[in-house]
Design a protein around this ligand. Structure first.
Ligand SMILES: [Zn+2]
Ligand SMILES: [Zn+2]
Length: 169
């Protein structure tokens, strides 16, 4: 799912500081942030992107119910809005932009073709960032340890079919 919040102008460093405090880490050389959260037993990946006064929350897991996604996002968005403006976020500032969305977990760009699933970290990446070295693979230290232990692994990313969606909807 994709949520958009109208936040207004905010400095990148202040946004960065706030999100890091909430447990987010930077991805894609400044493309955005990501966090792995938990809500009611669901593991929820949240990616955040900021551009031109808008904050986008990208949640890739189709198995998480929409209302759980919304609750998590609304909580982060409200805190962020209050942090920046000092007042409570008017509910209409946050809205669902799309029910489904395919994007690269590293550069956060929308991907219309196939996404590659990384065997090491389980993330999905565009063709440019599919190799572990290219997306600063969170699973890479494990693999290094395996190599040092003499166990060989195939450095490949598995292609995964993603249902193509045509505009509209
Ligand atoms: Zn990418
Ligand atoms: Zn990876």
């Amino acid at each position: 799912m994709v949520f958009t919040m109208l936040l207004g102008e905010v400095s990148g460093s202040s946004l960065n500081a706030f999100l890091q405090e909430c447990g987010f880490i930077e991805v894609g050389d400044g493309a955005g942030w990501r966090a792995d959260l938990e809500e009611e037993g669901y593991a929820i990946k949240v990616f955040v992107k900021y551009e031109e006064g808008k904050v986008k929350f990208l949640l890739p897991e189709p198995s998480v119910p929409a209302e759980i996604n919304e609750r998590v996002v609304r909580r982060i968005a409200s805190e962020l809005y209050e942090h920046v403006h000092g007042v409570e976020m008017p509910p209409e500032k946050l809205k669902v932009e799309a029910a489904t969305y395919s994007f690269c977990y590293y550069c956060l760009k929308p991907v219309r073709e196939l996404l590659f699933k990384c065997r090491r970290c389980g993330g999905r990446y565009c063709s440019q960032h599919r190799l572990p070295e290219r997306h600063k693979c969170p699973g890479i230290s494990y693999v290094k340890a395996a190599f040092e232990g003499g166990e060989k692994r195939e450095p490949e990313a598995k292609r995964e079919m993603v249902v193509k969606r045509h505009g509209g909807g």
